[in-house]
Write a protein that binds this ligand. Sequence first.
Ligand code: ZN
Length: 102
Amino acid sequence: MRKIHTAESLIEIAHLRNVLVAAGIACQIRNDRLMGALGEIPFVDCWPELWLENERDALTAKGLIDTELRPAVPSADWTCPSCGETIEGQFSDCWHCSPPRD
Ligand SMILES: [Zn+2]
């Protein structure tokens, strides 16, 4: 067994697990049982972890995880030149003045 990734978000860990399983890499999530028991335990120790069943998958798994965690688009907010609305970086169109798409 080998720990390959730790994240604050169980959703992220679960997503990465799905990615690895889809690639044929056996892995499991640990620490999710502690999510309801925060308090006495140092916070980082409670973060969910993704563990590989086989050491030999580490390099492939790391590559897949790096790819998944890399943002697909720059996520900086931008300002619409037409109406001045601030738009979150993941959107390519202004929600305020762009016509709805068919
Ligand atoms: Zn606009």
